[in-house]
Design a protein around this ligand. Structure first.
Ligand code: C5P
Length: 246
């Protein structure tokens, strides 16, 4: 079955978002609304996107004391989004509280939004992690540790780089979601992302979903770039890693 790449709508307002989405009209997408757009337009943006039948990953990366995250998640679940996230660095109790909030806020008869935990941002290099966070292990060890913690807390998966997907599948099982940003077409620049991969490599290394922003939003022809990403992502021809049996 073909799956949609998640399109990161990193725009400052609804007018620019609408203009960007115009060529995609009538095509239900899986979109990601992040801080940039949500903090300007709030819940109205979610309603507008849902009215167009888009699925929504609300990427606000919550990180606060457990009770605050619980109450915030209760409110976000009421919006009817499909997926939300927290920073795993907030700890197990915070992630459990996030789930409690989501369960409490999900309207009757609908599904609870999936909960992901951000491990290490894909913009963070190992050197930065070690020198700024004073984490003494490798980046991969830190990411796998956070993934296990997120799984123990009941999260559905993690946000991670493609390059960590194999290790996370080994540690947490193939069904545990690996949602991977830092996706670039081979002709693109990496911008501020440190750990990038192309869509086909993401598929081959066991990513469950990919998040793509600037490779599509800054392309000369975004619709064509989207189709190219989708085609590469759905190309199963040569898996490097088999998900079954991991
Ligand atoms: O433009 P680009 O494809 O780099 O966009 C990636 C998107 O994924 C951005 O919206 C960014 O906030 C988000 N993201 C990320 N790394 C994470 C979590 C989310 O790049 N660990």
């Amino acid at each position: 079955m073909e799956t949609e790449p998640i399109l990161a709508l990193d725009f400052p307002d609804w007018n620019q978002t609408k203009a960007f989405l115009a060529p995609f009209y009538g095509k239900p997408l899986y979109v990601k609304v992040g801080m940039e757009l949500y903090f300007q337009n709030g819940p109205a943006i979610i309603e507008a996107l849902k009215a167009e039948n888009h699925r929504i990953f609300l990427d606000l990366k919550l990180h606060d004391i457990p009770n605050t995250v619980k109450q915030a998640m209760k409110g976000l679940a009421k919006l009817g989004v499909d997926m939300v996230n927290v920073h795993a660095a907030g700890g197990r109790r915070m992630m459990e509280a996030a789930l409690e909030g989501l369960e409490a806020g999900t309207p009757a008869g609908t599904s609870r939004p999936l909960l992901l935990a951000v491990t290490q941002l894909t913009s963070t290099s190992e050197l930065e992690m070690q020198s700024e966070q004073l984490v003494a292990v490798s980046l991969e060890e830190s990411v796998v540790h956070y993934a296990k913690l997120a799984k123990a807390a009941g999260c559905n998966g993690v946000v991670c780089s493609v390059h960590e997907a194999v290790k996370i599948s080994e540690a947490c099982g193939a069904e545990f979601l690996k949602v991977t940003p830092g996706i670039r077409l081979q002709t693109d620049q990496s911008h501020d992302q440190s750990r990038v991969a192309d869509p086909k490599t993401a598929r081959q290394l066991g990513a469950s979903m990919i998040v793509v922003g600037r490779s599509i939003t800054k392309a000369l022809d975004p619709l064509q770039a989207y189709q190219q990403v989708k085609k590469l992502w759905n190309d199963y021809s040569k898996p490097l890693v088999r998900n079954s049996g991991l």
